[in-house]
Design a binder for this molecule. Structure first.
Ligand code: PYC
Length: 419
């Protein structure tokens, strides 16, 4: 696999850092070409990773990535950057475990610091029934070689000292599912790293280029129409989130997906005090502390379908109430910013990946609240499918046909919070 060899001397870095000039462009701008071997719709982590692995693993470089907005401006830039593989189904665990492995080697592979911090991921149990689900998840995880274990309250306290495990609370902590390889990452860096590496291998990335039509003839995709012209191509891949149904509709492919906003918020920075990612499904909240010291919070999806990416007062009020149940010591902390991303929910909370009834039109969609953490493995497997024409075993269970055949992969129980 080719590695990006760009290296700078310390002197070059200091000179460029101080002057702010002389930095080479990380990716180029292009005129739209009338043909391509592969057109990928969506320049988020999924689309860019697919393009990168097509070029790096399979030598397919006549690849175009299109985005109606800017690179990483959708779900890839709006998530809470949590990486983990402690899922509930064997299909989910194997798939996300491969993603964690790819994330572990990503900085070296892309020669770009993605700041992956494997600080552990802890899902709290506040009742016997949630503890039972965690035991189930831990066993499924261990059977696949994924490091997960159930902790008692004393062990929770040892790993996450800010939590009150005294039992003297409205939502007592009766245990937790602990997953040491989980953690957080710098999500923008992942997007930029893939973009830079794909560009260096010949991939053409077009931002501000909206797909307005997908051309299909005799049951086969033949190309796309965009706001900047048409591209004919034998393979078109839908790697969008939020608009996945609208894009697939253009090819005449209906998807069982409903779109909900998922809100998040970040506080002012404080000294490091939270060593691990904390999730409470009962309280509908997850929180981690960034390397800059901010606390990043998220919750459940909004209770209605919408394409809104704005934050709401209702959300922050609910969030504050739930966070303070967990850590009352945060009551003076100020929220600096809030936002929302769009989550494409499927009936079984697993993605839809692979071929569709339209030959050459492929999908990598329906990620719900799990999309960012799947970026590398989704890119690797979609690239393999495109290059070989064979669906990799790792994604065979996520095919679109499963909804008609009744082969669902129920992954709701592994959600960070309830939906
Ligand atoms: O599944 O880990 C998760 C997650 C975090 C935020 C949204 N989903």
């Amino acid at each position: 696999m080719p590695r990006l060899r760009t290296r700078y001397s310390a002197l070059q870095l200091v000179r460029r850092g101080v002057s702010g000039t002389g930095w080479p462009r990380a990716w180029r701008s292009h005129e739209l070409t009338p043909t391509a071997d592969v057109v990928i719709i969506g320049a988020g982590v999924h689309g860019l990773a697919t393009a990168y692995y097509l070029a790096a693993n399979h030598g397919i470089t006549d690849v175009v990535v299109l985005d109606k907005g800017y690179m990483g401006g959708g779900g890839s830039g709006r998530n809470t950057a949590i990486i983990r593989s402690n899922y509930l189904t064997p299909e989910g665990v194997a798939f996300y475990d491969r993603s964690v492995k790819l994330y572990e080697g990503l900085a070296a592979e892309l020669n770009f610091n993605v700041m992956f911090s494997q600080r552990g991921h802890m899902t709290l149990a506040h009742s016997d029934s949630s503890l039972r689900t965690m035991r189930w998840r831990a066993e499924v995880n261990k059977l696949q070689g994924v490091d997960s274990e159930v902790l008692d309250p004393a062990e929770v306290k040892r790993i996450a000292p800010p939590l009150d495990v005294s039992g003297d609370r409205r939502y007592p902590i009766v245990g937790a599912l602990y997953h040491p390889p989980g953690g957080i990452i710098r999500h923008d860096a992942v997007v930029w790293g893939y973009a830079r590496a794909a560009d260096a291998l010949g991939v053409r990335i077009h931002q501000q280029t909206e797909v307005t039509g997908i051309d299909v003839a005799n049951g086969r995709v033949t190309g796309v129409t965009t706001t900047r012209g048409a591209i004919s191509a034998p393979i078109v891949v839908n790697c969008t989130a939020g608009w996945s149904t609208l894009v697939s509709d253009m090819a005449g492919v209906r998807l069982p997906v409903s779109t909900y906003p998922l809100q998040a918020a970040v506080t002012e920075p404080v000294k490091p005090f939270l060593p691990t990612v904390i999730v409470s499904g009962t309280l509908h909240v997850y929180v981690s502390q960034t390397d800059r010291g901010e606390l990043v919070f998220g919750a459940s999806v909004d209770p209605f379908t919408s394409y809104s990416t704005r934050g709401s007062l209702d959300f922050v009020e609910g969030l504050a109430g739930h966070v303070l149940q967990l850590m009352p010591q945060l009551s003076q902390l100020r929220v600096l910013r809030q936002w929302a991303g769009l989550c494409d929910m499927t009936p079984d909370f697993s993605p839809i990946m692979g071929v569709t009834p339209v030959e050459g039109f492929l999908v990598d969609v329906g990620w719900g609240t799990y999309g960012f953490k799947a970026g590398p493995v989704a890119g690797e497997t979609m690239a393999q499918l495109i290059a070989t024409g064979k669906t990799p075993e790792l994604i065979a269970g996520f095919d679109l046909a499963r909804f008609a055949d009744g082969r669902l992969v129920g992954e709701k129980g592994a959600a960070a919070v309830g939906h």
